[in-house]
Design a protein around this ligand. Structure first.
Ligand code: ME8
Length: 546
């Protein structure tokens, strides 16, 4: 039976084009998907877009379009960005897909049947741009804990989900599965919050036929319950307030069409609707539970508490892991479209290419922590790690094989200490790189690969193959074989991270791109006599702007 690997990214809001932050999670998921495919797994890599809710409805309104027209215009931009970044997703789900809507209704019905949905009055603060409730316990000033914008007050009859009922089962699940949430400091954060108690949440919104735009907002005194609310724009509209939930852009409740399902309750279900819940039990049972949901820290509560509780209520097993990485920041401020500090993948690709960007994202900051994005750091990594270290190793090795052996891989006759040392390091990588990738420690995997590249460059400097050639030394073929074999192994390990560069190194070595793990990572697989191609520079040096 083939091994299965199911990996997901968040479904990104389609209020704006994808930026470097959304690209980050998607590239990380792509690296894992590619790595697992090379290791013989049948992978299902899911990404897509979150299209309902107040945030999207408002943005569409401001663009003068219906929500559906608006999201239909933006979705191709996501697909285009992922294509440009070489994202090998297996399925792109949209929460407006009819099959997703059917799944959402089916799950909602299950939760109702379980007795976990009840009608109540919601009254409290909400952040529409983040689509999250604001608890006065965490934010006494009613601002959003994530984006710091002032919250908006709303009060209406809604349906509630008995989240509090799942406190004890969730605590048990956390205690029994210490790797359920990673990194471990995030696991502890969620566990502490869970231990301090959880409240039921509103999971629906009253349908209103109109809602007003920003321009119509009236100013209420700061701190008053009506702050941010809107005045009636005409006596016959129902647009009571922008601070309320007046809209109809969502999936109707199966039991009460006067309400739509809250955007998060809808969107989280994508992880099972995409694999056929409940219509295709064979496909669903094949891939579920997911191996890992990749997300950033801002949406960890939704994924590690609300989503598991929804699954428990519906009697569905929980995902194996939720991994929350950190934020890309700009001058310590989270990069996001709404803050006006977004960096777009296409701009960076123009400078350093697709693989340059993929490398930078996963090398520069350890997965799990925050990191500041800067052009200087990007260009330094490109010039130093890629141009000087990797690019030069390829160029020097292939130029010498061309010069001394007419471009044919020589036979490595006899053992030679510096080559043995390269072999030992290369063989260690066959263990450490998969080990790091299994822990999602991308930067450590790349550091290990670069330790081999550095060692190979040092070997050239110390052994001086040109001097060996001059002295007609018997060690020359062993050294050049060892360097070429090092390059092949580097290309094997880099394949998930930098697919184009990896392919190009293999092509320059005269090899096909037919990597299989773990066998391709073993030393000595490069056939003697292989005709190499003339070396082409892989990276062009970039001058740092002054
Ligand atoms: O939260 N640094 O969508 P979203 C790192 N629709 N990652 C970042 C980032 C940054 N500066 N900015 C965004 C949503 N991300 C919901 C998800 S899932 C069922 C619903 C990435 O468009 C990161 O993965 O706000 C984060 O979790 C996600 O984009 C948020 O995307």
């Amino acid at each position: 039976m083939r091994k299965i690997y199911y990996i997901t990214t968040p479904l990104y809001y389609v209020n704006a084009e994808p930026h470097i932050g959304t690209a980050y999670t998607t590239v990380a998921a792509d690296v894992l998907a590619r790595y697992k495919r090379l290791a013989g797994y049948e992978v299902f890599f899911l990404t897509g877009t979150d299209e309902h809710g107040l945030k999207i409805a408002r943005t569409a309104k401001e663009a003068g379009l219906s929500p559906k027209e608006f999201v239909d215009k933006l979705v191709p931009k996501f697909k285009q960005a992922w294509q440009q970044l070489g994202i090998s997703y297996d399925y792109f789900i949209r929460t407006t897909d009819p099959s997703h809507e059917e799944s959402v209704k089916a799950l909602f019905r299950k939760v109702i049947d379980k007795g976990d949905i009840y009608k109540g009055k919601y009254s409290g603060w909400y952040c529409p741009p983040c689509e999250r409730y604001i608890s006065l316990k965490d934010s006494p000033d009613k601002s959003c804990p994530v984006c710091k914008r002032p919250g908006e007050f709303f009060e209406e009859d809604n349906y509630f989900f008995k989240l509090s009922k799942y406190q004890a089962p969730l605590l048990k699940h956390f205690k029994d599965n210490p790797a359920f949430v990673e990194p471990s400091f995030r696991y502890n954060e969620i566990l502490n919050r869970l231990e301090s108690g959880i409240e039921d949440i509103s999971v629906s919104r009253l349908v209103r036929s109109h809602f007003t735009t920003k321009a119509q907002r009236t100013q209420s005194p700061p701190g008053s319950p009506g702050e941010g609310r809107l005045a009636r724009s005409s006596p016959d509209t129902l647009c009571r307030d922008e601070g309320g939930s007046a809209f109809d852009w969502g999936i109707p409740l199966p039991t009460d069409p006067s309400q739509v399902i809250w955007v998060w309750f809808d969107a989280l279900i994508n992880y099972i609707s995409a694999i056929g819940y409940p219509a295709k039990p064979d496909v669903f049972n094949k891939f579920w539970p997911a191996d890992v949901h990749l997300i950033a820290k801002d949406i960890l509560w939704f994924h590690s508490v609300i989503w598991p509780a929804m699954l428990m209520a519906a009697g569905i097993p929980l995902p194996k892991k939720v991994f929350a990485h950190g934020w890309w920041t700009m001058n310590r401020d989270k990069i996001s479209k709404s803050k006006g500090n977004a960096v777009y993948p296409a701009e960076v690709i123009k400078q350093v290419g697709v693989d340059g960007l993929r490398y930078f994202l996963l090398r520069e900051m350890p997965f799990g922590l925050d990191g500041d994005f800067s052009e200087a750091a990007l260009i330094n990594r490109y010039n130093n790690d890629l141009g000087n270290d990797l690019g030069n190793l390829v160029l020097r090795t292939l130029t010498m094989i061309e010069k001394y052996y007419d471009g044919k891989i020589p036979s490595p006759a006899g053992a030679y200490e510096p080559v043995e040392e390269l072999r030992q390091t290369a063989e260690k990588l066959a263990v450490t790189v998969p080990g790091h990738l299994d822990k999602l420690a991308f930067s450590l995997a790349l550091e290990d690969i670069w330790s081999l590249i550095h060692q190979a460059n040092k070997t050239i400097d110390s052994v001086k193959p040109w001097a060996l050639a001059k002295a007609k030394s018997e060690h020359l073929p062993a050294v050049l074989y060892g360097l070429a074999e090092t390059l092949r192994i580097v290309a094997v390990h880099l394949a998930p991270f930098m697919p184009t560069v990896s392919k190009s190194i293999l092509a320059q070595l005269g090899l096909a791109d037919d990597i299989r793990l773990p066998s391709s990572a073993g030393w000595g697989k490069l056939p003697v006599g292989t005709q190499t191609a003339k070396s082409q520079p892989l990276f062009q040096r970039i001058e740092l702007p002054v």
